[in-house]
Design a protein around this ligand. Sequence first.
Ligand SMILES: Nc1ncnc2c1ncn2[C@@H]1O[C@H](COP(=O)(O)OP(=O)(O)OP(=O)(O)O)[C@@H](O)[C@H]1O
Ligand SMILES: [Mg+2]
Length: 640
Amino acid sequence: MNRPKPINVLSRQVYNQIAAGEVVERPASVVKELFENAVDAGASTITVSIANGGLDEIFVQDDGCGIEKEDLPRAFMSHATSKITDANDLLGIKTLGFRGEALASIASVSETRIASKTIDEEIGYVLTSSGGELSEITESPCMEGTAVTVSKLFFNTPARLKFLKTARSEESEVTNLIARLILANSTVAVKYYVDDKLELESFGDGLKDAVRAIYGVEALDNCYEISYDKNGILLEGFLGNINYYKGNRTYQTAIVNGRWVVDQTISSAAQNAYAPYLMKRQYPFYILKIDVDPEVVDVNVHPRKTEIRFQDNGVIYAVVKTVISRVLDGTEEAMNIIVNRPRASIVPTVSDDKPISEVEIKGKPYETFSYDRFRTPYEKSSESEYYSPIFEKKEESLQAKEPDYSAGYDVKPPKKLKTDVAQYVQEITDFTDEGALKSESLDDIFRKNKEYIEKCEREKQSYEQITEEVDKPFRIVGQALNTFLILECGDEIIMIDQHAAHERILFDKFCLRLKTNTVAKQRLLFPYAFKANALEADMITDMKNLFEDVGIDILPVGDGVFNVCSLPVELIDIDYDVFFRDILTDATFKDEKMPGVLREKIIQKACKSAIKSGDKLSEMEINSLVDQLKNNRQLKCPHG
Ligand SMILES: Nc1ncnc2c1ncn2[C@@H]1O[C@H](COP(=O)(O)OP(=O)(O)OP(=O)(O)O)[C@@H](O)[C@H]1O
Ligand SMILES: [Mg+2]
């Protein structure tokens, strides 16, 4: 076991250079700080336990170096840390914490108890704080390491209590955070309890095991395991195959030097690499672990310490984008990057003796999104060597050289390129949804709003016109191209898209049933068993009542398996596995959105049973469809 370093109070001059001042916002922020302190203490095992979403109690125990008796009061002081001593240390931070602020902030708004024992002490010591008021230090037998208990969070700041969500939401937020922390600290064994129930557990056996612990074997089966190591950048992780996309960004984790980060450069690079294969609102699954020299990453950007700044965003963007593109495109270079291929059968299989480039990869519809689009700014400035040390020298990459960290981060472009890099990154940022929003001026937004309102007005007028016409006496002329119904109405001809019209009818019917709680449900002869991972199981339990409201009866049968016993009749023919995964991905962790998401998904599926374009209809079917349409005021398919 390692020995603790002394805790110093930072000088004002150093302290003023730190992005500090964040307040503790919610239980998840407390858990994050305590967990990261345990990691910094060199723990190999961390136990986290929360009660009532962390509002009643948060407990984090580690087997790290502990805190010396005389340092215990200092641990509670602001600006006191054992992790840095002077301003130079800020240039290459290797620990997760460095501000000397977290415990002081937590202690000031709660009752906090620290029990700690170092290897050199016979017995452990306990110090408690109530809203910042410290008790006497007492002796207590305890294991080597540190245990922190935080209770009565925000007892002295009622205003902050008001901003908390329900205990269930706070709990979900903590669970989601622990999942990220387990992935980021995959060599630490973690046990996470919610109200005394073991919710997540990892064994510290590396990233692959951490991914399995969080997302289940199914995720591993659907991922490429990758490893790329060149020019001082080590990029490892798991990339979901192109069919394993999700409905939001929750399943995207970026880890830089062991820190879970939310970084626009990495996420844009990944999103753009997947762009040729995914549709709008389909988000890739990935866990990317990047290790670089700490001196080229600034972690002192935001008090929350999840944002970072790279010395050169362009380099990181290029590496992430190119590595992922190569894997997905199946280029020859990908052979040096892929450690394991997805096992799931939905992925194009690649036999071991066949170069990946020969294999036909599903998808890739939009060539215009290709890598070259993003290379242009560099090529214009004829600085192709910017890429070459990393990507172009194929022979070198095949030699599987030992990583040369002494070479450091030696891929910086020449100075004059700096502005181009900035533009380049800007172009990329603009390209993403968020970037596009940011770059829009107010005028643009007003103009778009105006256009939108005008469009709605025009559509409304055309609906009214059409519905009026349908109300007139009509004669069914027939069906054209097995796609349109042709009606004669006075001296006019009306063409109706049969698929859109039927979808609209089903949609309205189902909405009415949901509204009036008259969903027709059907019992399944053999229940369908759904195997959920820990996060999904949590959400299903949360959504049990919502499921019942819409006609889905789902029962836990143990080991993360749920039996679906009945479904609304409209859903009987669907692929249940896809349906449930889809819902659980989209429902995220925001309970207030769940009912809406669930209903939307069910309606979407229900609409799938609509008559298709190309279906030949009998005269009776045409009559029945037109009859139903007469009662429908909006002749448009529900998806617009
Ligand atoms: N679990 C722990 N094991 C050992 N020492 C700890 C532990 N938690 C806190 N400490 C000691 O207490 C000090 C203060 O912790 P605190 O979290 O307030 O600051 P920090 O981790 O240094 O910086 P930051 O505010 O960025 O988290 C740490 O520098 C460390 O020396
Ligand atoms: Mg800390």
